[in-house]
Ligand binder design. Structure first.
Ligand SMILES: NC(=O)c1ccc[n+]([C@@H]2O[C@H](COP(=O)([O-])OP(=O)(O)OC[C@H]3O[C@@H](n4cnc5c(N)ncnc54)[C@H](OP(=O)(O)O)[C@@H]3O)[C@@H](O)[C@H]2O)c1
Length: 175
């Protein structure tokens, strides 16, 4: 099975969401997310983004499906999912990974939310975490899982600041 990465923005207490929204508005982080997940689309490589149905619902209609990426939505009730053009639906993480391998031609990213991160981070094929680490705490009701000890930090960017909020782009890889 092809390896895949997780990408997430987390606060100082691993918070990632509140009321099915992002707790912050960081344009620099959204640009970073877009750049990484779109990747080499212009060169003909289509990356895949796998997300839970709740995260799909949280995307504003005008921004979904995320352009220039193969969007795969996880749901246990595919019949209840309102079909959208260019979106694939999977009933398990392994099925989503298989679809990504079959129909995408580039890298595979799991993009949330909490329940999908929790399953993905312990999956043997998950080899890389791209975390935006925000250096303060927000009110959150959804949290990123603990990072298993097999992952080691391999890069950390300089600190960025937007509206008084500081953050760094950090990469962890499995040894
Ligand atoms: N900070 C970040 O980087 C980031 C990124 C993404 C999301 N978020 C936040 O995370 C929150 C959403 O997270 P969440 O945990 O509530 O929801 P979620 O993980 O996005 O979606 C949960 C849903 O996904 C489906 N699902 C999950 N695992 C499945 C499996 N193994 N097989 C089939 N379907 C499966 C189920 O859908 P059905 O109910 O349809 O069966 C489940 O109810 C929001 O606040 C969002 O803003 C933050």
């Amino acid at each position: 099975m092809k390896s895949f990465s997780i990408i997430a923005a987390v606060d100082a207490k691993r918070g990632i969401g509140i009321a099915n929204k992002l707790p912050w508005n960081l344009k620099g982080d959204l640009d970073h997310f877009r750049k990484l997940t779109v990747g080499q689309f212009d060169a003909g490589r289509v990356n895949s983004v796998i997300m839970g149905r709740t995260t799909w619902d949280s995307l504003p209609a005008k921004f979904r499906p995320l352009p220039q990426r193969l969007n795969i939505v996880l749901t246990r009730d595919p019949a209840g999912f309102v079909p959208a053009p260019n979106v694939l639906v999977a009933k398990s993480l392994d099925e989503a990974l298989q679809l990504a391998e079959q129909y995408g031609s580039g890298d595979i990213f799991v993009i949330g939310g909490a329940s999908v991160y929790a399953q993905a981070i312990v999956h043997p094929a998950c080899t890389k975490l791209y975390l935006t680490e925000i250096q303060q705490t927000f009110q959150c009701d959804t949290f990123f899982p603990g990072i298993p000890p097999a992952f080691h930090e391999t890069s950390r960017s300089d600190s960025h600041e937007e509206g008084g909020v500081k953050y760094q782009f950090v990469t962890y890889e499995k040894a």
